[in-house]
Design a protein around this ligand. Structure first.
Ligand SMILES: [Fe+2]
Length: 321
């Protein structure tokens, strides 16, 4: 946090407490049941882009108030496939019960990267928390980028990847639905996003492929693409890059969908779990411009430094005893 933002936070009575080394901050002193001042939102937004996931407890609010909070980040968007709320298409209610098990959430992903402009923010509020399980895991893709070797960063520098709404394709299983699918394909043409994204606010580089929606790296043979993507997908599973949120009722979490992935653990079923979600309009995904240069902008945390080479070069550890 800059000195100016820290002073602003003190003035508006919000504290920002980082949770883990790379990702996550808990905000205290925020009341989303009333309209936020511009200064309050500036502090919240700074924490949002800096720590990538922000957690605010005790937000006993209506979904209209949640939508109003979301609109501070940008225009709300409507998911093309999910079961949207009947009266408020921007709202998705995940109301999982024994008769309505969760679908396709136990998979690392960023939301809706099959769109040309995937959402900037996803804002999720817990209405009913299971007694056990049902955590959401987050992973910092800025940390994941920094954890790659420089040779790998250089290799990926100008690559693009094809994204698709592949988990939903099996839904279109009748002639009538396939006609609807063609309309959707025209409306959402397959995007080719940079594999290394530049965050438009922080300037940090982000590893921007995910197992749910990325199909292939452009220009590679299918087996080459599959091998590299499999390696890149595994970065989300590295514990140091992660935050694990244990939900409680009225907990609100907003994540920067540009710089994170998430995974909703399925281990609570058949206990009930109810969540309300809105997303906000994103921007085109921009890559790094120009020839490769190492990243020079600070992020959170520190990647483990590489061990020093022993003096004299090629001596093996057992020979140094
Ligand atoms: Fe998601």
């Amino acid at each position: 946090m800059t000195t100016a933002t820290a002073e602003l936070a003190t003035r508006v009575g919000i504290t920002v407490e980082p949770i883990n080394g790379f990702i996550g901050a808990e905000l205290k002193g925020v009341d989303l049941s009333r309209a936020l001042s511009d200064d309050e939102f500036a502090v919240i937004h700074d924490a949002f882009v800096r720590y990538e996931v922000i957690v605010m407890r005790n937000q006993n609010i209506t979904f209209e108030q949640q939508m109003a909070f979301g609109e501070r980040f940008g225009q709300l968007t409507v998911h093309p496939f999910a079961a949207n709320h009947d009266d408020h298409r921007e709202l998705i209610v995940f109301d999982n019960t024994p008769d309505n098990p969760p679908v396709s959430t136990d998979c690392w992903h960023s939301d809706e990267t099959f769109r040309a402009c995937p959402p900037t923010a996803t804002i999720l509020r817990c209405v009913t928390a299971p007694q056990r399980g049902g955590d959401t895991l987050f992973s910092s893709m800025t940390a994941a980028y920094r954890g790659l070797s420089e040779d790998m960063q250089r290799y990926l520098h100008t690559k693009t990847a094809t994204h698709d709404f592949k988990p939903w394709r099996p839904m279109f299983n009748t002639r009538e639905l396939r006609e609807r699918l063609w309309q959707i394909e025209e409306r959402f043409p397959t995007p080719h996003h940079p594999v290394i994204r530049v965050h438009p606010v922080t300037g940090r580089r982000v590893l921007f492929v995910n197992s749910q929606f990325t199909n292939s790296i452009d220009g590679l043979k299918p087996d080459e693409s599959a091998a590299i993507l499999d390696y890149l997908y595994r970065q989300a599973s590295i514990p140091e890059y992660q935050l694990r949120v244990k939900w409680e009722p009225n907990m609100m979490v907003a994540w920067d969908n540009r710089s994170t992935q998430h995974y909703a653990s399925y281990d609570y079923y058949p206990q009930p779990r109810k969540m309300e979600r809105v997303t906000t309009q994103g921007e085109p995904v921009l890559g790094v411009e120009g020839a490769y240069e190492p990243e020079r902008i600070d992020g959170n945390g520190m990647i483990m430094p590489k061990p020093k080479k022993p003096a004299g070069g090629r001596t093996r550890e057992f020979e140094r005893l």
